[in-house]
Design a protein around this ligand. Sequence first.
Ligand code: SAH
Ligand code: SF4
Length: 344
Amino acid sequence: MINLYELTQEELTNLLAEWGEPKFRAKQIWEWLYDKRVASFESMTSLPKGLRERLEGETTLGRLSLVTEQTSSDGTVKRLYRLPDGQLIESVLMAYEDDRRTACISTQAGCAMGCVFCATGQMGFARHLSADEIFEQALLFARDLEKANDRLSNVVLMGMGEPFHNYDASLKAIRRLMDELGIGARHITVSTVGLVPQIRQFAEEGLQVKLAISLHAATDEERSELLPVNKRWKLKDLLDACRYYIETTGRRITFEWAAIAGENDTPDEAHKLGALLKGLMCHVNIIPLNPTGGFGGGPSAIEAVNEFIAILAEYGVSATVRVRRGIDIDAGCGQLKSKALKPG
Ligand code: SAH
Ligand code: SF4
């Protein structure tokens, strides 16, 4: 079966030419796929019946099959998809009052980075997703929103997996989000645990896409305990790469900080972080820790977070707290998981 969502416009044109169809058919189908974003061949009403039937028999619209969908009390939607080889992945749609509709999509089945407080890290690594599998998660939300006269406005690569460990596929998916879904680069965010060579590579892509870096601790000792990747690339290497990114792109970086009560939310830690980031063009996004089965820590109290933010301000470092979403259905940051099928 040919997956139509995996073809470029040129490849689709060639396929239709092989089938002996007139040239304009490829253009029509492309419009059904990416302008009108229909969910079935039946809905492609401008095509003759014979062609629709041939498409139905020999091609497919995507490879993700929906297993379950849950809706949180705050409206956040979490979907579990099965991939053709049986792997399971999750993606999340968040609706904000200011009309933003943000899809949070996965880049890997599982994750190899092993961050101790993250449910995806706790399940281990199964495999990389292809660019098409990454892209299709956003496409499916866009398609369903459109049916309700709504529109997907933002995409974050912050679901399961480490996007920069699967760099080429993630970048290819980002380009398709821009070209085929019409999502502006500034409305796309890629989040990394801090893979230094890829941060430098990303700086050179010439994209306006936003970069977020998961920091979570201000000393090597503490960070290595939470994020094993810190043993490979220390804070100094990471901050050097961040400075390179900022100088090269002229763009600011967002640092993510999962606030763990009594651990990394103390005034002392805030002073260390302030000193570390002073003078850097950046913003700190604080996410009170979401509960996961394999980690004992709890979320910071709002008073501690407010004091933390006030201390960072003394260093000229801006910070805000991110509202937690979808916690009742385990759709929050770091809560996505599914039973990973180990390769081999
Ligand atoms: N692998 C990438 C992107 C996916 S994780 C990364 O680590 O950046 C998305 C964000 O959720 C990261 O900032 C991650 O550190 C954070 N996160 C993971 N587990 C969390 C938890 N239990 N509570 C709050 N945030 C968490
Ligand atoms: Fe992987 Fe990100 Fe989870 Fe760390 S926080 S285990 S890098 S998904």
